[in-house]
Design a protein around this ligand. Structure first.
Ligand SMILES: Nc1ncnc2c1ncn2[C@@H]1O[C@H](COP(=O)(O)OP(=O)(O)OP(=O)(O)O)[C@@H](O)[C@H]1O
Ligand SMILES: [Mg+2]
Length: 1029
């Protein structure tokens, strides 16, 4: 997923920061090329492709693009789908090797300091992490990785161009088995710049290992080696006057080297020998000769020589002899001829160089032994070629000549292979193509290496010919033979202008990468690389195993004069190219961004120069010759198939047909593309851009569609799952329910059977069934009864009729229930209410069933009084103050004479009833003289109070009408204790108006209530019929 995101980011980044592949550049001008490089470089995008070639610009700073995450991102991903990276190239080579099961190599080229060694290390690290591994493999892998610090310590040095300049050529094969496991490695080393051991230009250093040893070794080790911890003490370390360099930490590097030596399984003794060799070289450098006598070399002091002999395990005396005398083999005897001081110095330096050079080769062999894979099964390899880069110094010597020649050869290889590959591709695909003009540096290679005519041949001739050959005679020979070669010039051959820039001892070659002026001084010597035979023999006897082994090997079986250095180098390069041609090539072109090793500086002129000589523009043009872009049908279809409905989501036919349909759909014009045998070739970058842009747009739509589909699919899946779950739960539930139901029914059947049985035998002798039935009946009745109990005492009808078995119980219960209700009712009564009810009881006893208006009166509550004390005249109150007023009520009194109605107040005290008119007591009727009370049976309020006629004070019977008849009479009866005095009469009540004079009150019913005096002199009362009885 992350890879996907990066990929998309990268595709959009294409527009933002230049172009990731120069092939897609609209304009193939140098300006556009460099501007694109610069744009990317400014954003720390140091890698750009030209097709599958990787252009890398040295950032001179650590970039966070080599971490494990980046490695993972690039592993197994299609080359063009991610931003350019060295990992992409490494991964692509690896996967091609695995699928095609063939050998590959990665040619890393560029001038000194351009980043070749760094690049090769990055690739190695990538393989170390990305290839599958087993424990065994990982040790091989560690050894290969760790060979780097060791070889760099011994073979790299600070030069003016590069603080870690490779001073030897290195070709490393990484061997893979058919599973893709890295199972072994092999290193070929090429011509170490040995002269550095004894001489360094100003501003340069010797090989790192010397400084590392002096700075980093323990005191103990230094002591054993007779060394002091001071680089300044050693002649071989001080010529460049820059023993310490800020960016190099020799102490730390020493630790890394020591650790690396352990990983590559250097045992203690070998490690000891190795450091003894290094130390012996330092001591040799300090062996000084007396300058007083130039003709005979004499040792100044033999302490240093003693150390050398000790460290190398050779006899000190012999060593001294070999360094100061030449042994001439005469017929019968050996003659010792003393060296001149110069000769002695020469011999000393030659020895130092030889020891160091041989040890370096030994080191490579040891590493190879340690990483060798002895398994005979077939393997494929990826070779990494990291050679010293093209370099031009102020003074260039034999070493630069070799280095630059080597670069020239590699450039030639590059030209051949790229052209060849391209041509083969077009041929293989059956596509016509046009040749692109490019500078072929064969002419320079020939100039250097041609048999009998090349510079190397002439040099060899000079070295071998008898007579006084010198560097200058060599130069003359060159001038003679190369006189009019367009790429060769010397002071003598040059025109006036050029001559000014040349010394007499110089020759200049116009290399592919620029002009280099070589100073011939030392060419012959260095080419000869002679070491006096006797010294060699002495070294063969060395007790230091490395030295004796190296020197014994040197001469084995070869008494002939050994091949010169240049010729050896030439043939080793020839072998190398032969080997490389048989492999599939991948290229990394490293560019140096500036001369001052500064980050962020993009020196356009410098870059332009490199772009030119590395032939990048030509390469680009060749790549674009005719067709800017090509892709295998399968890959093209895979990427762009969403753009055409016919190819999306699957194309079932041949990929080529699918691509044809696709490009037709995209509207490619016939001359915009060609269909090869396995690939489609697209002529213009813009066509691919348009397709890529369409793809970008489509990707979003597709993503949405895919998302929607996926979401739908997910949701459906989820739904189906839920549905299945629901069905399962449902069926389980149904099953459970059904089982429960069945159990219930079974139970019900039993119960019903029992019930019926019980019912049928209910009258029989007691059995379980019938007693259960009866219990059920009882319980059922009681349960029903509980819900239907009468709510009030008065409710006599709701009691449930009991089945016969519980009749008795029911009756008891009914009684109990009523008693309970009564009890509750009674308990709930207030004293007032109780008094009221007691009064009502009295009323009921008197009137119930006797007077028509009684039922209406029942709900009317009795009040304590109908007239308050305030409403009674105070005089009256004063008059009856001795008697407590029990009750007062307004009444209408009918006169005895004529029955005129008069409103009066009637007051009941404990002892008498008073008839009051305003402030006057009209009549006092003591209860004792109350003979009777008569009322009608109708709905009227007429009351007759019969007075005892014995009392002469009394005025006769009192006829009154009272609206609160029942209340008044009840109170009166209670107060006067006259319950039995009330008479309820029908039709007429006799009254005594005065003693002996009688009249009557006649009652009848009618429409309207009326009270009047009838003609017969009686009081006639018409009552309405009572509506409710
Ligand atoms: N990818 C990189 N990232 C960071 N720094 C780099 C990178 N490549 C090169 N450098 C810097 O540039 C310096 C020189 O690089 P390197 O030693 O690889 O050059 P070279 O091409 O091998 O030169 P020579 O031909 O002299 O051996 C390194 O020491 C390092 O400081
Ligand atoms: Mg290098």
């Amino acid at each position: 997923m992350q890879g996907q995101l990066d990929m998309e980011g990268a595709l959009t980044a294409r527009d933002r920061v230049g172009i990731q592949d120069f092939v897609l550049l609209e304009e193939t001008t140098e300006v556009a090329f460099i501007s694109n490089l610069k744009k990317r470089y400014s954003k720390d995008l140091i890698y750009t492709y030209i097709g599958t070639l990787l252009v890398s610009v040295n950032p001179y700073k650590e970039l966070d693009i080599y971490n494990k995450k980046q490695m993972d991102t690039y592993m197994g991903v299609n080359f063009f789908e991610l931003p350019p990276h060295i990992y992409a190239l490494a991964d692509n080579a690896y996967h091609t090797m695995l699928t095609e099961f063939n050998n590959h190599f990665i040619l890393i080229s560029g001038e000194s300091g351009a980043g070749k060694t760094e690049a090769s290390k990055k690739i190695l690290q990538f393989y170390a992490v990305s290839c599958p591994s087993t424990t065994l493999m990982s040790t091989v892998r560690d050894k290969m990785l760790m060979s780097n610090p060791v070889l760099e310590a011994f073979g790299n040095a600070k030069t003016l161009k590069n603080n870690n300049s490779s001073r030897f050529g290195k070709y490393m094969d990484i061997q893979f088995d058919s599973q893709g496991d890295a199972v072994g490695g092999h290193i070929l080393n090429y011509l170490l710049e040995k002269s550095r051991v004894v001489h360094q230009n100003h501003g340069e250093r010797n090989f790192h290992i010397f400084y590392q040893l002096v700075e980093g070794a323990s005191d103990n080790l230094l002591q054993q080696l007779g060394l002091e911890r001071d680089c300044q003490h050693y002649n071989y370390l001080t010529q460049g006057e820059c023993a310490t360099v800020p960016s190099i930490n020799d102490k730390n590097d020493w630790k890394s080297v020591k650790n690396a030596l352990q990983v590559i399984e250097f045992d203690e003794i070998n490690t000891k020998y190795l450091f003894e060799v290094v130390a012996s070289v330092l001591h040799l450098g300090n062996v000084q000769f007396d300058t007083g006598n130039k003709d005979q070399a004499l040792l100044n002091d033999n302490t240093e020589l003693q150390w050398v002999s000790k460290l190398l395990g050779v006899d000190a005396q012999s060593l001294q002899e070999e360094l100061t005398f030449r042994k001439i083999e005469a017929k019968w005897e050996q003659v010792l001829s003393p060296f001149t001081t110069d000769h002695a110095i020469y011999a000393r330096d030659a020895l130092a160089k030889a020891i160091y050079g041989q040890t370096f080769t030994w080191l490579v062999h040891r590493i190879n032994e340690s990483t060798e894979n002895k398994d005979a099964s077939q393997k494929t390899v990826i070779g990494l070629l990291d050679i010293y880069g093209f370099e031009v110094f102020y003074v260039n010597s034999f070493e630069q000549f070799c280095i630059n020649y080597c670069n020239e050869k590699l450039q030639q290889l590059f030209i051949q292979l790229t052209l060849k590959a391209e041509q083969e591709e077009y041929e293989a695909e059956g596509i016509e193509w046009e040749t692109v003009q490019f500078f072929n540096n064969k002419i320079i290679c020939d100039l250097v290496e041609e048999k009998h005519r090349g510079i190397i041949s002439l040099l060899d001739e000079e070295c071998l010919r008898p007579g006084d050959a010198t560097d200058l005679t060599f130069l003359e020979r060159l001038e003679e033979k190369m006189g009019n070669h367009p790429h060769f010039v010397t002071h003598r051959l040059a025109d006036i202008n050029t001559r000014r820039t040349l010394e007499r001892g110089d020759f200049r070659l116009l290399h592919y990468a620029g002009e280099v002026t070589y100073c011939v001084v030392g060419f012959l010597d260095k080419n000869n690389d002679l070491l006096y035979r006797n010294i060699k023999d002495l070294m063969c006897q060395s007790k230091n195993a490395i030295v004796s082994e190296c020197f014994s090997n040197m001469d084995r079986g070869n008494k002939r004069r050994p091949e010169t250095v240049a010729t050896q180098f030439k043939s080793s390069l020839l072998k190398l190219t032969e080997m490389l041609v048989a492999k599939q090539a991948w290229y990394i072109r490293c560019l140096k961004s500036n001369e001052s090793k500064q980050p962020g500086q993009f020196d356009e002129a410098l870059i332009r120069h490199q772009v030119k000589y590395l032939g990048l523009m030509e390469h680009l043009r060749v790549r674009r010759a005719g067709f800017a872009y090509r892709r295998k049908y399968e890959d093209f279809l895979k990427r762009y198939k969403p753009l055409c409905p016919a190819t999306w989501p699957h194309w079932r036919g041949f990929p080529s047909d699918g691509v044809e349909v696709l490009v037709q759909h995209l509207g490619y014009l016939p001359d915009e593309y060609k269909m090869g045998r396995t690939k489609i070739f697209i002529r213009h970058p813009r066509t691919l851009y348009a397709t890529e842009d369409a793809y970008e747009r489509c990707k979003h739509e597709l993503a949405t569609r895919l998302q929607a589909k996926y979401k739908g699919y997910k949701a459906k899946g989820e739904f189906r799952k839920q549905k299945e779950a629901a069905t399962k739960i449902e069926s389980c539930w149904r099953g459970t329910q059904a089982r429960k139901e069945r159990e219930k029914r079974e139970w019900a059947i039993k119960v019903i059977k029992k019930f019926i049985n019980g019912y049928l035998n209910r009258g029989e002798a007691k059995t379980t069934d019938n007693s259960e039935y009866l219990a059920f009946v009882r319980q059922g009745y009681l349960n029903r009864l509980r819900g239907n109990l009468p709510k009030t005492v008065l409710d006599k009808t709701t009691w449930l009729t009991p089945p016969s078995v519980v009749k008795e119980t029911s009756e008891i219960l009914r009684k109990l229930h009523y008693r309970l209700m009564v009890r509750k009712y009674v308990r709930g009564l207030t004293p007032q209410r109780k008094a009221q009810l007691q009064m009502k009881l009295v009323t009921s006893t008197i009137f119930k069933g006797n007077k028509d208006s009684y039922p209406q009166s029942v709900p009317q509550p009795f009040l304590d009084t109908r007239i308050s004390d305030q409403e009674i005249n105070p005089k009256v109150l004063q008059m009856i103050r001795n008697e407590r007023i029990k009750y007062s009520v307004p009444v209408i009194k009918y006169d005895r004479n004529g029955f005129k109605p008069r409103p009066r107040q009637l007051i009941l005290t404990q002892t008498a009833a008073y008839l009051i008119e305003e402030s006057k007591v009209k009549q006092r009727l003591p209860y004792t003289s109350l003979k009777g009370i008569s009322v009608s049976n109708l709905t009227d309020g007429i009351i007759v109070l019969h007075n005892s006629s014995e009392n002469p004070k009394q005025k006769g019977d009192l006829v009154i009408q009272c609206d609160h008849l029942y209340e008044f009479l009840t109170k009166l009866c209670i107060i006067a204790n006259k319950q039995n005095a009330v008479q309820i009469v029908q039709g007429s009540i006799k009254i005594e108006i005065q003693a002996g004079k009688e009249s009557a009150v006649n009652f009848s019913t009618g429409q309207e209530p009326m009270v009047y005096k009838a003609k017969n002199g009686h009081l006639t009362v018409v009552a309405t019929r009572a509506r409710v009885r």
